[in-house]
Design a protein around this ligand. Structure first.
Ligand code: PBG
Length: 343
């Protein structure tokens, strides 16, 4: 210990190091840091997930996601038009279906008048410049909260895929630009692609939730869409094991072969290694979903004054870009877009 003891004034007598390499030189001022910056976040990177609820003039706070609301279609259209004006390129719609309309087979998913279809049509006429992404999965429509059809205690794959195909067509007919299957059934991308093409929707894109993990970080989302009350058991027979990385690459390979235009990793922050591996292996447009639990953690810590919420938001979003994602689904989208505009 004695060797490290210092007396006042010792710093002044510190020996001059001769260092050829001083990484700090490039950090010495704002202009220098800007000059060597490798990654940038732009508004073009942001996709905003929006929760819908029936009615008019309704704006309900999601209790586990401060600052996130369930909007009735009229108010959703207004909020989305504002996001579009800030430059946000696309939104992803998620319905909180009236519990009375949920049944074991998720029939409301096929109703051309369901919340998502009505919202698609409203958006296409009120804010045609923004891309509309719709979720293909049965969980907001089933009485048991699973993404597929439950027979006994099994989520049956092939029977579910047939329903998902019909759900995707229903959304495409309502004007959806991008179909985003989040259900993790095998073979659904190829089946949906074939059905879309057969009906003349060859320009409707598919964004596949290719590597979607069975995660604890989805908790607040289930609160938002009302599946916290309906879900029986867990989703580990179809969503991926958080321990697996190679398997994510196999999932992505299958979805690209079957016609996915874009792939996604979900959740985001705990899976940045997966994003990087997919980008390096496939060089395909790869997105990450900063899910509800990630949003809730940042917001809760910020509300307690434990972190600077604004800086944590921007740092977390930048991390997705650094990992190689081409874009991020994030509940922060409008706030991040406004912050980017302020500069
Ligand atoms: C279900 C779905 C989930 C999310 C998007 N689609 C949750 C789940 O699998 O239970 C989660 C999104 C989030 O947590 O923000 N099809």
């Amino acid at each position: 210990m004695a060797a490290f003891e210092t007396a006042p004034g010792d710093e002044a007598r510190a020996p001059r190091l001769t260092l050829a390499q001083r990484p700090r030189r490039n950090r010495k001022s704002d202009w220098a840091r800007r000059l060597v910056r490798e990654t940038r976040l732009s508004v073009d990177d942001l996709i905003w997930p929006v929760f819908l609820v029936d009615g008019a003039g309704r704006r309900e706070q999601v209790s586990s996601m401060p600052g996130v609301f369930r909007h009735s279609i009229d108010l959703a259209v207004e909020a989305i038009a504002e996001a579009a004006a800030l430059g946000v390129p696309a939104v992803a719609l998620f319905p909180n279906t009236d519990p009375a309309l949920r049944d074991p087979r998720g029939s409301a998913a096929l109703d051309p008048e369901n919340l998502v279809c009505r919202a698609c049509r409203a958006l296409k006429s009120a804010a045609p410049q923004i891309g509309v992404i719709t979720d293909v999965a049965l969980d907001p429509y089933t009485s048991h909260g699973h993404d597929g059809i439950l027979v006994g205690d099994e989520i049956v794959n092939d029977e579910t895929v047939a329903v998902l195909v019909a759900q995707a067509l229903n959304q495409a007919r309502a004007g959806a630009d991008v179909i985003a299957p989040s259900d993790m059934m095998d073979g659904r991308i190829g089946a949906i692609r074939a059905a879309l093409d057969a009906e003349g929707f060859e320009n409707v894109q598919i964004m596949s939730y290719a590597a979607k993990y069975a995660s604890a970080f989805y908790g607040p989302f289930r609160d938002a869409v009302g599946t916290d009350k309906t879900l029986r058991g867990d989703k580990r027979t179809y969503q991926m094991d958080p321990a697996n990385g190679d398997e994510a690459l196999r999932e992505v390979a299958l979805d690209l072969e079957q016609g996915a235009d874009m792939v996604m990793v979900k959740p985001g922050m705990s899976y940045l290694d997966i994003v990087r591996r997919i980008v390096e292996a496939f060089h395909a447009p790869t997105f990450a979903y900063q899910v509800s639990g990630e949003y809730a953690m940042i917001e809760a810590a910020a509300a307690n004054g434990w972190i600077d919420g604004e800086r944590a938001m921007m740092e977390s979003l930048l991390a997705f870009k650094r990992a190689g994602a081409v874009g991020v689904l994030t509940y922060f989208a409008p706030r991040a877009a406004a912050a980017l505009k302020r500069g």
